[in-house]
Design a binder for this molecule. Structure first.
Ligand SMILES: C[S@@+](CC[C@H](N)C(=O)[O-])C[C@H]1O[C@@H](n2cnc3c(N)ncnc32)[C@H](O)[C@@H]1O
Length: 739
């Protein structure tokens, strides 16, 4: 027997290679593989790959999603399933009622996915690959000798004659506890040992595992402690174990289980305290409802009647499950001061009650204002449903999520978000509705599956990804940090998921801006908003060219924008579009050349002439013809005008600088008036951004030079409020204005 020598990691198949294999290979669906490797070969290859992994001989993680298929809906509690052996399993054919019972014969290889060698009751072997588990090499899930069910097993191709059994939906793999009736008799082992230790010993061992970050092991040990205690009456020990288990469950994102544990701990505490035993605190379901009610209120004064450790856990669990408050009161400087790459989690309540989700005419659902807002008001504040925290510099956290069916790849931010979403949804049934409502049936329709409205379908990883793609947003640690980056810095952003604010649709002329501070997403009004108006944000800032702009929306988000600006520019003739772009490019190259030579008044004047020519391409030529852009942004003019503003400033021509700063605002559709010492914004289509704050900065400088202090102060006030709108904090405003 030839044993393949693994010179490179054969378990980390590159996605493009896999696409080729699948596309070019023969279609053998429904057949059995011609030749399968022997146990000896499989085990040997596995050991070689384990060694390579231990040596760090691995590329970046590559999470692969094949073509969508539904998770099995077989319930192991009833007997409506068909037990199959490896000899019954077919290539690419998943039988919805089939289950295989297997045992792992090797230690697991945990990296992009979990891989191990399994055997069935007849001793036949296979390579098993399980994707999308919350697996970790220090605390593996599929340990050696573990027995488990694989639902709807099938062979998937990995090479010309290389097959494995792969599981994509986490619920299609069910670990069997020792003693489970499904475990073949010959594999059964006595569990033994539980009664030989007391609860305190199990707890101590659990604590040790917790400290070693072996959280699932800790959970198992606390379970054992609780089982030993089940018929003893030792409330103190029981409270302690439930409290510990609650803590582990929080770390593992299993908030539903954490809430159950904590409600048990609190009710046991109440039952065993003479002054609380007949109170509502003794009723576990009352506590459970309170933990889940998303309110800041505590009418039963639970927090003040339980020991501090339980109170602290209650605060944690309630915040993690989401609390709502009725007004947008946030201590922004405080929050901003403690948020950092290592502390994204902020303990604040959400404020979403003044916005609601409703159907739009043609954009699916949208977010609507329930009350009027003034420019700069907080419209909503929401903590992330999921915002993965990882170090940008950590190469070990690099990974890619590759969807084989449409050959798209999401880099690290999207890949980690997907992984965490799957875990959060898997372990918290109470949070699923809120997440999956973001798919209004499109996924089932696309897949051609009939699913009843109220059917409790297990978490489908392909549906999670379908939703993630169109509803996740890039988030810096703090939006304000983006303004303080050196020029051309390319800060890496995380991807996060905010379920309520995700309903806001895109508009190039938005009335709101999203900003981030740790895991909170704020939305603030860029202009006054009427009650009943739809809240829109810019998903990305619009490209100058309408065709490029629409292409980006189509490719990334699957829509074409119909905002007033896009509607206006959608009607432009080819010649006008081309002429504007050509002029823009010419100006850009003139500016680049200047960069090398330095700016002189003559060169600024030359650029100014070019800018006037570009302006003419936005202006109607016919006598008395209305200006279609009278109130709208002229995007191609923005950067040349910013250049001119700064160039005139450089040569200390403050009148010209101010003229250009007014123009810069106007090119964003913002028209201001200065009359009788009063500065006011008379037209604002909502495009507030860093350049508009810069324009105000230059205006304020100009007024300062002219010693028009009142006007300077008014402009500064507007600048400060726009700075707050775009960054979510005022902290570094003074610094920004100095630069
Ligand atoms: C973050 S979701 C917004 C909520 C979405 N409308 C819904 O019903 O779930 C993004 C998706 O909304 C739709 N959408 C957002 N802005 C749009 C726009 N300006 N025009 C058309 N569709 C839009 C697109 O389908 C996009 O992929």
């Amino acid at each position: 027997m030839m044993i393949p020598k693994a010179t490179e990691n054969t378990y980390e198949v590159a996605a493009d290679q896999l696409v080729k294999i699948i596309k070019n290979g023969p279609n053998k669906a429904g057949q059995t593989p011609d030749r399968l490797p022997s146990r000896e070969t499989l085990v040997k290859t596995h050991e070689q790959n384990l060694k390579l992994l231990a040596e760090g001989n691995v590329p970046i993680r590559n999470i692969i999603l094949p073509r969508p298929y539904p998770p099995s809906r077989v319930n192991l509690e009833d007997s409506a399933f068909e037990k199959v052996l490896l000899k019954h399993v077919r290539i690419d054919e998943r039988k919805p009622k089939a289950i295989g019972i297997f045992r792992a014969v090797t230690a697991p290889y945990v990296y992009s996915s979990t891989t191990t060698v399994i055997e069935d009751e007849e001793g036949h072997v296979a390579k098993l690959t399980v994707g999308n588990l919350e697996d970790s090499p220090v605390d593996p899930i599929v340990t050696e000798n573990a027995t488990f069910v694989v639902k709807q097993p099938c062979w998937s191709r990995l090479g010309e004659s290389n097959y494995h059994i792969r599981v994509d939906h986490p619920s299609d793999l069910v670990l069997l506890e020792p003693g489970n009736r499904l475990i073949p008799k010959t594999w059964r082992q006595k569990e033994g040992g539980i009664a030989t230790k007391d609860a305190a010993q199990w707890k101590k061992e659990g604590d040790m595992m917790f400290l070693k970050k072996k959280f699932r092991k800790a959970l198992k040990l606390y379970n054992k402690g609780l089982r030993v205690l089940s018929d003893a009456s030792d409330p103190t020990a029981e409270i302690d174990l439930y409290r510990k288990r609650c803590g582990v469950n929080i770390v593992l994102l299993r908030l539903d289980d954490a809430a159950n544990d904590l409600s048990k701990a609190i009710s046991i505490h109440a039952k065993s305290s003479p002054d609380l035993s007949s109170s509502q605190l003794a009723d576990q379901s009352t506590i459970h409802s309170w933990l889940n009610n998303r309110s800041t209120e505590d009418p039963l004064e639970i927090a003040s009647k339980v020991p501090r450790a339980l109170k602290e856990l209650a605060t944690r669990v309630k915040f993690d499950l989401g609390i709502e408050q009725s007004s947008p009161v946030y201590d922004i400087p405080l929050i901003s001061s403690y948020v950092g790459p290592l502390s994204l989690h902020v303990d604040v309540a959400n404020y979403t009650c003044d916005t609601e989700v409703r159907d739009t005419a043609s954009q699916g659902r949208g977010l609507y204002a329930k009350k009027s807002f003034r420019a700069n008001d907080i419209i909503s504040a929401e903590k992330a449903f999921v915002l993965p925290g990882y170090f940008m510099q950590d190469k070990g956290s690099d990974c890619l999520l590759y969807s084989l069916h449409d050959e798209t790849a999401a880099p690290r931010p999207g890949a980690w978000l997907f992984k965490e979403l799957v875990q959060k949804l898997r372990w918290n049934p109470s949070l699923r509705k809120e997440f999956f409502s973001l798919d209004d049936g499109g996924y089932w329709k696309e897949c051609g599956w009939e699913i009843a409205e109220d059917e409790d379908v297990p978490v489908d990883v392909f549906r999670v990804e379908f939703i993630r793609r169109y509803n996740s947003f890039s988030a810096p640690t703090r939006s304000a940090d983006l303004l303080n980056q050196p020029p051309n810095a390319n800060p890496e952003l995380r991807n996060g998921f905010w379920t309520h604010s995700s309903y806001s649709n895109h508009s190039c002329l938005p009335n709101a801006i999203r900003t981030f501070m740790g895991d909170i997403r704020f939305m603030r009004a860029t202009r006054d908003i009427e009650a009943g108006e739809e809240i829109t944000t810019q998903y990305v800032s619009p490209d100058i060219d309408i065709d490029a702009r629409q292409e980006k929306f189509r490719n990334t988000w699957g829509f074409e924008c119909t905002c007033e600006l896009c509607t206006l520019e959608g009607k432009l003739g080819k010649d006008t579009k081309e002429a504007r772009l050509r002029h823009f490019e010419e100006l850009k190259s003139m500016v680049m050349k200047l960069g090398e030579k330095g700016t002189t008044v003559t060169s600024i004047k030359k650029i100014a002439r070019g800018v006037r020519e570009l302006e003419a391409l936005y202006t109607p030529t016919g006598e008395g013809e209305p200006d279609p852009y009278a109130k709208f942004p002229r995007l191609a003019l923005v950067h040349p005008t910013l250049f001119l503003t700064e160039a005139w400033r450089g040569v200390k021509n403050y009148d010209r600088m101010m003229d250009c700063a007014y123009k810069l605002l106007r090119n964003f559709g913002i028209i201001v008036s200065v009359e009788d010492d009063k500065f006011s914004v008379v037209n604002n289509v909502g495009m507030i951004n860093v350049e508009t704050v810069r324009a105000l900065k230059y205006l304020s400088e100009g007024f300062a030079v002219k010693e028009e202090t009142a006007l300077r102060d008014q402009v500064l006030d507007t600048a400060r409020s726009w700075y707050l709108t775009i960054t979510g904090a005022e902290n570094d405003f003074e610094e920004f204005m100095k630069l």
